[in-house]
Write a protein that binds this ligand. Structure first.
Ligand SMILES: Nc1ncnc2c1ncn2[C@@H]1O[C@H](COP(=O)(O)OP(=O)(O)O)[C@@H](O)[C@H]1O
Ligand SMILES: [Mg+2]
Length: 815
């Protein structure tokens, strides 16, 4: 099966939605769970990703990367690193500007980039689809938090390229949910806009999306996110609370010891989840530190008062989102994200949006993946999805500055606005400038860190000339340089120069209806656009000839441009892809090796039970004890040198033991089957004799000589059977018989076939009675006419013989 999928690439969990006939399904992973932990673990032999990685966390925490997606796009000097370091258990190398994840894997230290680790996770998710669910991924849409800026999006796209997953789009989480909500409720929408809030609190962040629905249309009014406000922040408050109690009692700071802290975090999350349904919850962790246990209890009221600050932040963020959306009131609030399950959080949502209560019509953990799957289906040629227009936006202001091509100043001050804080996308922005000689456009994000730069290679001339540069923000929210042109007055008659306003990106038109709003333009742009609009209207009114004359003659010459390589260059990308393949092969081999080891273990376990039980009489005492001894030795080896060795070694030992066991199993099979085989051949022999003797009109055409053929065969088989029985009588079950039971079965089958072939021979059709000429009579008629007299003695005898023949012997058809 092949299909389009949607991936909710969460910080703690990933969920995969798949497009099926008539709807979206959520896939289960190798442990039959619908959510897969965002965890990548490394061991000396292989990687353990998802469930397997999480299950090894307590013993392998130093080599387990938790929350890899939180590092996408972050540089070593990022202000967010400190917060993330609170939650990870592996080493982070921040020596260079690029963050590296430091782990031991395959017997050596590795420094993996975030893109590599996220690629491993993505590949694992694809494997869940292909291996566990037997579906080939054709098109995939991956969610990103809507706060993801340009650099973070490029970082994810790099991870996608390394993983090789066929991603057709990355999509804002809130928009994905709104799409899923809207598409399946489209019948309930009309021309009156319905404004719905999607409040998503996951493990690490809180995001609010406010969307407006009318029939067949969805428009995002606001995305608002607090990057560090999620379930884990509530956990942190509880961790500090219980760690303080522990320190008071035992003088040990649990938060300073990584092992204890990891155990504490896992236990606290359970406590918090319990508080969602119970009014109090107990904490109990054995041997958390230095043989001490950690025990405690907390009520829901205590929890809510301890986390008051966080709760206030939720309310504040909801209010900001509402204000950004520009609406006064909303139709409903849908809860999303696991942490939105907390009752107090739902209360705050309702309060902030002035509603009685929140709505729970969507599955909080699955709605994002479903929305992404819907979008994947819309973009895939394999499906036909109802038209539903989406108008999305991103929130990251981008500024730029010009620098000479070869001057790479460390500090550049972006002075010009490329995109404002709030952008409807996809969209193309046109920059007008006058230059002479090659120059560079450097684009910076909101924290003044460089996103990308483009070199426009324009020829050096004594005077500067006019240039237009088209910069596109694509469906993924990522920048690219579409083209740059030199604009000159020329003799050629041309279309009027395009206005200096943003225009929808052509390629994206079918995908989302994009119309650039005024707020995207600078004041100057707005004025100019207004003037151009007026002029265009006036132009329209002019007669055709006059219009032609009025058109300025413009010549556009394309200029050579070079765009920055985003993230990894071609060579680095190839290295990462090759490495990922190598690691995947290594994991597969490790999996196959483990399977072989398990096969060897279970072979020993099962065979030992059989030797002592069901197979016991089929082997000699000496052989049995030799085999049991071999089992013991192999078992000892498995716990010792063989606990971790190569696949071939397990195969070799398994073959050795199997070869020794096989004759015993063969004897068991033979002696169990042989009575049935003998009976089968006996039946066939009896059947031949019966058919030889049968007297029936339907067999009257089969001659005795023919029947004799199979009777002879039956007698020959009887002879063989007698010899078999005689041999068997002399044999013990631990001895090989030398009898081929398959041969006996074949004899029985062949005999039956021979009998049936002869006995089923069709009867010849009786000769047709000729049409008689007038006066002609048949023999019988003649006889009838003849006077009845005494039969002569010889004739009588012959007649009696014939009669006897007819009744007891099959008639020869030739006579
Ligand atoms: N019943 C519950 N009560 C409280 N919190 C919950 C509950 N179920 C899940 N969570 C929390 O939800 C968060 C995970 O939500 P999810 O949306 O999967 O996160 P992410 O998108 O960041 O991966 C975790 O903090 C988890 O503890
Ligand atoms: Mg989530």
């Amino acid at each position: 099966m092949s299909g389009a999928i949607g991936i909710d690439l969460g910080s703690q969990n990933c969920v995969i939605g798949v497009v099926r006939l008539g709807g979206i399904d959520v896939l289960t992973n190798d442990l039959s769970n619908r959510a897969t932990p965002s965890v990548v673990g490394f061991t000396p032999r292989q990687r353990f990703i998802g469930e397997a990685g999480y299950s090894k966390l307590s013993t392998n925490f130093r080599n387990t990367v938790l929350f890899p997606t939180r590092f996408l796009g972050l540089k070593s000097n990022s202000q967010y690193i400190e917060e993330e370091q609170k939650w990870i258990t592996h080493g982070l190398n921040t020596e260079s500007s690029e963050i590296k994840h430091q782990v031991w894997y395959g017997g050596e230290e590795h420094l993996f980039s975030t893109e590599q680790v996220v690629a491993m996770l993505l590949k694992h998710l694809e494997d869940i689809v292909s291996d566990t669910n037997k579906t080939k991924v054709t098109d995939c849409v991956i969610s990103v938090p809507s706060y993801f800026n340009e650099v973070e999006r490029v970082s994810l796209l790099n991870a996608v390229s390394i993983s090789g997953i066929p991603c057709v789009k990355i999509m804002n989480e809130g928009t994905a949910v709104a799409l899923s909500y809207g598409l399946f409720r489209n019948n309930t929408f009309n021309e009156i806009p319905r404004v719905v809030v999607f409040a998503d609190m996951g493990h690490s962040k809180f995001a609010v999306t406010i969307a407006q629905f009318v029939k067949d249309k969805l428009e995002i009014l606001a995305h608002w996110t607090d990057r560090n406000l999620g379930g884990r922040d509530f956990d942190w408050v509880l961790m500090k609370h219980f760690a303080a109690q522990f320190q008071k009692k035992h003088g040990i700071d649990l938060l300073k010891n990584q092992r204890a802290r990891t155990k504490l975090a896992v236990a606290i999350e359970k406590v918090r989840k319990t508080l969602t349904v119970n009014s109090d919850s107990h904490l109990s962790v054995e041997y958390i530190s230095e043989d001490y246990d950690l025990n405690g209890v907390i009520t829901r009221d205590e929890f809510e008062s301890l986390t008051e600050n966080l709760l206030d932040r939720i309310e504040r963020n909801c209010k900001i989102a509402l204000q950004k959306s520009g609406v006064q009131s909303v139709h409903s609030v849908e809860i999303l994200g696991g942490a939105s399950r907390m009752p107090i959080v739902q209360k705050i949502y309702a309060k902030a949006f002035q509603l009685e209560q929140v709505n729970k019509t969507l599955n909080p953990e699955e709605a994002i993946s479903r929305g992404c799957a819907v979008q994947a289906a819309m973009l895939s040629p394999l499906y036909k999805v109802k038209d539903f227009s989406i108008k999305d936006m991103v929130y990251y202001p981008l500024k730029f500055c010009y620098t000479p091509k070869d001057m790479d100043m460390d500090i550049d001050v972006p002075t010009e606005v490329l995109f404002d804080e709030k952008n409807i996308f996809p969209v193309t922005k046109i920059i007008n400038t006058t230059k002479s000689g090659p120059f560079r456009i450097k684009v910076f994000n909101e924290i003044c860190s460089l996103c990308t730069s483009f070199i426009v290679d324009c020829p050096e001339e004594p005077n500067e000339y006019k240039i237009k540069v088209h910069i596109k923000m694509d469906k993924n929210g990522v920048l690219s340089l579409e083209k740059a042109e030199r604009i000159e007055r020329a003799e050629v008659e041309e279309e009027k120069a395009s206005m200096d306003i943003d225009k929808p990106a052509e390629a994206e038109k079918p995908q989302a209806e994009v119309k650039v709003e005024d707020e995207n333009l600078t004041e100057e742009d707005k004025k100019k656009a207004e003037e151009d609009k007026k002029k265009a209207e006036e132009d329209k009114k002019k007669p055709e000839e006059e219009k032609k004359k009025a058109k300025p003659k413009i010549k556009k010459t394309p200029l050579k441009c070079i765009s920055d390589i985003r993230g990894l260059d071609e060579k680095a990308m190839k290295t990462c892809i090759d490495l990922e393949r190598k690691f995947t092969d290594k994991d597969r081999l490790a999996k196959a090796t483990l399977e072989k080891k398990n096969e060897l273990e279970s072979f020993i376990y099962d065979s030992r039970a059989n030797i002592n039980g069901i197979l016991n009489e089929y082997t000699t005492k000496d052989h049995a004890s030799k085999i049991l001894n071999d089992f013991q030795n192999t078992e000892n080896w498995l716990y010792d040198d063989g606990s971790d060795t190569v696949k071939e070694e397990y195969e070799k030992r398994l073959k050795f033991l199997r070869d020794d066991m096989n004759p015993i199993k063969t004897r068991y099979t033979f002696y169990s089957e042989i009575p049935g085989v003998i009976a089968y051949l006996e039946e066939a022999i009896k059947y031949s004799h019966d058919m030889f003797a049968v007297v029936d009109e339907k067999y009257s055409h089969i001659a005795a000589t023919e029947r004799q053929g199979f009777v002879n065969k039956a007698l020959e088989n009887q002879e063989v059977l007698n010899q078999v029985k005689a041999s068997l009588a002399k044999l013990q079950k631990y001895q090989d018989s030398g009898i081929n039971s398959g041969d006996l079965t074949k004899r029985a089958q062949q005999l039956r076939e021979q009998v049936n072939q002869i006995m089923n021979k069709p009867k010849p059709t009786p000769p047709k009675v000729e049409e008689k000429a007038e006066g002609e009579k048949t023999e019988t008629e003649k006889n009838k006419d003849e006077p009845k007299g005494e039969t002569k003695p010889e004739e009588k005898k012959q007649a009696e013989d014939e009669k006897e023949d007819k009744s007891e012997q099959p008639m020869d058809t030739d006579s």
